[in-house]
Design a protein around this ligand. Structure first.
Ligand SMILES: [Zn+2]
Length: 129
């Protein structure tokens, strides 16, 4: 179960990176990484047509990151106080104290199940296999 949690959790971060790579400057608002329907949420909403397009593009982009077999590391961000962050490859660190897989390839495959507007947020539901 721990392994599945690590996969789900790391997949959530990869969705952040993939959205950024697709040009979406979204601010993360919430994440739910547990096996029964994990999702990540961002501030703001999108029109239905864009959400549908994004679902396909995002699934491709996030699985590209999986297929590239990128290392997942832990680092300390030392500005004012040392905070624990996770970092994939040489991308932007993401503040996080959780546990992750060691390589994006360990996630397997990510399915973007649904993208919907939820109370002023954009909710991206996903599943890992
Ligand atoms: Zn994390």
């Amino acid at each position: 179960m721990r392994n599945l949690h690590n996969k789900n959790h790391t997949a959530g971060h990869l969705i952040d990176y993939a959205l950024h790579n697709l040009g979406y400057k979204l601010i993360s608002s919430k994440a739910y990484h547990f096996p029964q329907g994990p999702y990540v949420e961002y501030q703001g909403t999108l029109e239905q047509a864009e959400r549908e397009q994004l679902q396909t593009k995002l699934e491709k982009a996030v699985n590209d990151l999986v297929e590239q077999a990128l290392p997942v590391k832990i680092t300390l961000i030392d500005n004012d106080s040392k905070k624990r962050a996770m970092i994939v490859n040489d991308f932007q660190p993401i503040l996080c104290g959780g546990t992750h897989v060691l390589n994006t390839k360990d996630i397997g495959h990510i399915t973007i199940r649904k993208i919907k507007n939820e109370k002023g947020n954009l909710r991206v539901s996903y599943a890992v296999v």
